[in-house]
Write a protein that binds this ligand. Sequence first.
Ligand code: B4P
Length: 182
Amino acid sequence: MVRLVLVGPPGAGKGTQAAVLGERLAVPHISTGDLFRANIGNSTPLGQKAKSYMDAGELVPDEVTNEMVRERLAEPDAQDGFLLDGFPRTTPQADVLGEILADNGMELTAVVQFDVPEEELVRRMLDRGRSDDTEDVIRRRLAVYHSETEPLLDYYRAKVVKIDALGSVEDITDRALDALGQ
Ligand code: B4P
């Protein structure tokens, strides 16, 4: 049973790997980006709040994000492990995750850091072509990653497992499983 957090810049392939790793490790893949996009697709109040931030390459405010994750982690399938993809993205979010885990007597197994050069990130996102993958928005998301999310690598330093996330999807999965001893 594992409780993992994936951290990496936008376009690093967190969502791609999380889908595979979740299956291989038999834990639910919980993606805040996917949860927001599902809410936007269903025009829920939460989706309406998230949309303008995502379109601008900004983070959705912590109070909205934290509550959504708190509810998702309370569901039965998350009690025996999970893989968090895209959360936490700020140190206040990491504090909230710490509280949720402590309240339930849980601990993180590891934080997997995806290492990819910036020019490759931009190339992948432009190829992906999601609505928030325009050049200006990508630049803003990268800047937000450096200022808001990168500090998590220091916050979690004892738990960080860094993997080279360049190469085929299969090779990266193998590297991640190896690094995690799975
Ligand atoms: P996310 O949905 O988390 O998206 P991402 O970081 O851009 O992408 P990811 O790293 O998952 O890359 P992917 O696998 O798709 O976030 C979107 C937005 O949601 C944020 O900007 C923010 O506004 C909001 N949000 C989410 N979480 C939040 C939070 N906690 N707090 C506040 N706001 C939050 O891969 C990228 C592309 O590369 C794909 O096309 C893929 O096919 C390709 N690819 C993958 N692996 C590859 C490989 N090995 N080689 C070549 N291409 C590869």
